[in-house]
Design a protein around this ligand. Structure first.
Ligand code: NAD
Length: 244
């Protein structure tokens, strides 16, 4: 069996370094390149005959990077957060045109995928819900991609929420950001890695679904799985759950 030839882009960053280690240690993957901000990614894809590019860069460059990966003929596995739904659509069209598969996963940790699935289920019965996400203070964008995806899943299934129309924020932002009617609160502190709570409120009761990534290695089984499974895909998929 031939190994899948992978380039890690953003390899000098926190997730990039962890991915370099994980890809190198996986017996079905071959790490053929490590690129970062000053490298010519398209040239390296072609020189090293890369089949997959794993991207952990920044929200403000991810769209441009994803387009260049697809146009260079490699399959994108995107972990970087910040892609908007219309950008995901555009990348799906581009992959279709190039006849290649791809993966965009806001969260590669299996526990986080389950948290989203259970939250979607709970929202059918307890429609009033808010999301609190907690990340390390080096995270540049907010809210997290996981929080946006969770809000999207909740909004898609819930009905009849109770909301007061006379609500007034004394300090702007106190009620968090509104994503499809779901409030998201972002906490940034040293000491944290990636955590999220989804709190549901009902009559005299609350339900809290919480996930904690204690170390970046929590994302690596999902990262390696995506790098392998993307080889069999005929389209670009959104979310690790599509591969499980
Ligand atoms: N999907 C997931 O499971 C998951 C998990 C954790 C973090 N993330 C996301 O991954 C991304 C990276 O996180 P991080 O903590 O490693 O960030 P980081 O700042 O530590 O690393 C980013 C790296 O990208 C490089 N970079 C920036 N622009 C580039 C470009 N144009 N081309 C190539 N390299 C470039 C930087 O030099 C840096 O080395 C963030 O968007 C974060 O939210 C996703």
């Amino acid at each position: 069996m031939s190994l899948v030839r992978v380039v890690v882009n953003g390899s000098k960053g926190r997730m990039g370094k962890e991915s370099v280690r994980a890809v190198s240690e996986d017996s079905e993957l071959d790490l053929v390149g490590q690129t970062d901000i000053n490298d010519n990614l398209s040239e390296i894809i072609s020189q090293r005959k890369a089949q997959v590019v794993l991207d952990f860069t920044h929200a403000d460059v991810v769209m441009e990077v994803a387009v260049s990966i697809i146009k260079s003929g490699a399959r994108p596995v995107i972990g970087t957060s910040g892609l908007l739904p219309q950008q995901v659509d555009e990348l799906q069209k581009l992959c279709r045109k190039q006849k290649i598969g791809g993966v965009i996963a806001p969260n590669f940790a299996i526990g986080a995928v389950l948290m989203m699935k259970y939250s979607q289920d709970a929202a059918k019965y307890l429609p009033n819900a808010e999301v609190i996400e907690f990340h390390h203070d080096g995270k540049l964008d907010s809210p997290s991609g996981t929080a946006i995806k969770t809000a999207n899943l909740i909004a898609g299934v819930r009905k009849n929420i109770t909301k007061t129309s006379s609500e007034k924020e004394i300090i702007k932002g106190s009620r968090g950001g509104d994503s499809e009617g779901v409030q998201i609160h972002s906490v940034r502190l040293p000491g944290l890695i990636a955590h999220q709570e989804v709190i549901f409120g009902g009559q005299s009761q609350t339900l809290t679904i919480r996930h904690d990534s204690m170390h970046r290695e929590s994302f690596m089984p999902g990262v390696c799985l995506a790098c392998k499974k993307v080889m069999d895909l005929k389209e670009l998929v959104y979310g690790l759950e599509t591969l499980l």
